[in-house]
Design a protein around this ligand. Structure first.
Ligand code: SF4
Ligand code: SF4
Length: 418
């Protein structure tokens, strides 16, 4: 498959490192998807690397893509002059860590490497079950958008992204659900009119590279076709990814609305739990609706500390959290703009009270400076009150089974002893 990023114009300020010249001196920071892809592309270009460096101590000393994974400390001691290619999705904190904490001089991003590439064979090499071409493109698009903001804050308004949550109802009860759906005793659907009133204040004023629609389970939400039609007609929205867990089939109105060039359905493949996924794939194919199968690797989540964290301990959790969206990305639920799903649902469930400094009430806020406040909120992310108590979904958290279900009568645990 060939990949080409849609917005090379966002990278006018990009440095273009000569990786060929660096062959034999490069270390890849981050042994995840982007790290694997970088190694794969380097192999194609016959560029040799020294190995990987990763913050996950359970992986130190193991092999990844045929190369050793070193700890950050060992990397600095053994390879003080290495050129470091930074690959984690949470790009900015990782870059600052390598540059300022570890003190490496030659630190690079994947922007030039990933701008355009031939990924034929990568699916087989890395993990055949996880990728279809659209899936890999989805992840690399998201990653490139992060890099675009890293390189050019001036054009930041062109690079927004939004997750829209439409229902608290779900067909599954996942123990480690990022959106805390199993905690809702009386889950409710969002009202379409409330969603529209809120989105009217948000979407027309800025460009959105992509929007996801999520739940709960979106095919339980009957107004879905109305939202899809609204987004299809919204000129500021480029791509839309409705996300489903593969347990339920969309009705005919939903299918009709999903068939649009902007839309790609994301199927979360939860193995045995996604009972209708194969049927759903066939249905989407028959209706000529694009879909992608999403990579699944889950880390422990869904619990909180009793006491708030501060300082370095707090920063470490946020820097490692895959839900800490960063610049230009937000989560919309119940008429409010949040930093992440965990914050939204912790507040929505009343576990912690709402801190207005940490969110924007789109439903009832009619202030004159609302648009400016939304821009500031999107482009200057800060640590939220909830982050102080939250474990986040850290890339170094313990790996847990994908979509492990709570047993009948079992209650999800929110606060644990440290
Ligand atoms: S499928 Fe699982 S992870 Fe997704 S919303 Fe439902 S309970 Fe949460
Ligand atoms: S509240 Fe903060 S630490 Fe927790 S998931 Fe959200 S961004 Fe991550």
């Amino acid at each position: 498959m060939r990949y080409q990023y849609k917005h090379p114009e966002w990278f006018e300020n990009m440095e273009i490192p000569d990786f060929n010249e660096m062959s034999g001196t490069i270390l890849i920071y981050g042994a995840g998807l982007q790290g694997a892809l970088a190694k794969f592309l380097f192999d194609k270009m016959k560029i040799d690397i020294l190995g990987f460096c990763d913050s996950d101590q359970t992986r130190w000393g193991t092999l990844f893509m045929g190369k050793n994974i070193y700890s950050p400390r060992e990397t600095k001691v053994q390879f003080p002059d290495a050129a470091i290619l930074v690959t984690p999705y949470n790009h900015e904190p990782a870059y600052q860590f390598v540059k300022n904490t570890l003190g490496f001089d030659r630190v690079y991003t994947c922007a030039s490497l990933f701008m355009e590439f031939d990924g034929t064979g990568f699916e087989e090499l890395y993990h055949p079950d996880w990728y279809r071409q659209e899936t890999l493109s989805f992840y690399i698009d998201r990653y490139m958008r992060k890099l675009a903001n890293f390189y050019d804050g001036e054009k930041e308004k062109q690079k927004y992204a939004l997750d829209i949550a439409v229902t608290e109802r779900c067909t599954l009860r996942c123990k480690n659900c990022t959106s805390l759906m199993p905690y809702y005793k009386n889950p409710v659907d969002s009202d379409w009119n409330d969603v529209k009133v809120s989105l009217d204040k948000l979407l027309p004023y800025r460009n959105f590279e992509y929007i996801t629609i999520e739940g709960g389970e979106i095919f339980l939400w009957q107004p879905l076709p109305l939202l899809l039609e609204y987004l299809a007609q919204c000129p500021t929205v480029e791509s839309v990814y409705p996300i489903t867990n593969g347990t339920i089939l969309p009705n005919k109105d939903m299918l009709a609305a999903l068939r649009h060039e902007k839309f790609t359905v994301r199927l979360s493949d939860y193995g045995e739990h996604s009972t209708k996924i194969e049927q759903l794939k066939r249905l989407l194919e028959n209706h000529k609706i694009k879909y992608t199968v999403a990579l699944q690797k889950w880390r422990r989540f869904s619990h909180m500390t009793k006491e708030p964290r501060t300082g370095k301990a707090l920063q470490a959790v946020v820097d490692d959290c895959c839900k800490c969206y960063g610049k230009g990305v937000a989560y919309f639920q119940s008429g409010t703009l949040y930093r992440c799903p965990f914050q939204a649902n912790i507040e929505n469930l009343g576990i912690l009270s709402k801190t207005f400094a940490d969110s924007i009430d789109l439903m009832s806020d009619h202030g004159l400076d609302l648009q400016k406040r939304i821009d500031d909120y999107l482009m200057h992310p800060s640590i939220t009150n909830v982050c102080q108590y939250c474990y986040g979904r850290g890339y170094t958290n313990e790996e847990v089974p994908v979509a492990e279900q709570l047993q009948t009568g079992e209650v999800a645990v929110m606060v644990r002893e440290d």
